[in-house]
Design a protein around this ligand. Sequence first.
Ligand code: ATR
Length: 289
Amino acid sequence: MQDVKKAAVIGYPIGQSLSPLIHKHWHKTCGIVGEYQKYAIPPDGLVTAVHGFINGGEFTPDGLIGFNVTTPHKEAIMPLLDHIAPMARQIGAVNTVKIQQGKTTGFNTDISGFKNQLETIVPDWPKDKPVLLLGAGGAARAAVMAFLSTSVPFIMVANRTREKAESLAHDMGQGRVTVLDWADRHQAVAGAGVVVNTTILGMELGMEGHKALDLDLSLADPHTVVYDIVYKPLETPLLKQAKELKLRTVDGLGMLVYQAAGAFKLWFDIDPAYDDTLKQKLLTRLNQA
Ligand code: ATR
């Protein structure tokens, strides 16, 4: 009998997750007999779900090699795991869990996912200039960690709720993270090498309550790179504005794929490819939704 490698993703809601499509594509291209299921787990069901994943039972009877964790569980999962990798510990969020001999280890592959997408799309992005980063949630922490591993002089964080940006700067230490008032974001575009949106603004416009990010890019230097981690729509109003100003842009779909690649590597020790077939499958799915 073939050994089916089972993995999963948990979140709430989870219906729109593209992770099953990505992982199933790689099962095929890498010759793995695998399963990848999504589970909608509300916050009050997290403990039971994780127990089931590790010990069998309601969710997966046997052989789960790991699972991905998405909103809103990335922080709440941490006390439920046996070990946490140092970078995940430092940013306080886990998006990938590996299970070995019944023991769980939490990792964060959003950091490498964020960085790989930037390096792939704009290999010569300006590394000698400060970064302007909007947002202070889990995605912002992953992006800040990614920039801290480069030579950028400092990272300016602006968030609607200033205290959250301050606590991010405090937790990530190293003196290279500074905090700006949200109102000062337009001015701070001047001189920034990379401008990053990690807020949810711009996502699924047209849905009730969803708004575009209000950021004026007119002070940007011509070499500035504008990176929006929102991938639905793929061209957010921010990226549209950047293209009109002839700035280089990076969309968020690759971050999603590369964070999945990080998880795949942890589970199977294989670097899967972000090939054109996968890209087409993802674009088709995004256009259908
Ligand atoms: P994630 O873990 O995916 O980063 P999150 O922790 O919920 O998600 O963070 C969402 C980010 O979007 C936060 O920076 C949030 O700002 P606040 O900390 O002030 O809530 C930002 N955000 C959400 N709605 C916003 C809005 N209407 N205007 C400005 N920022 C907004």
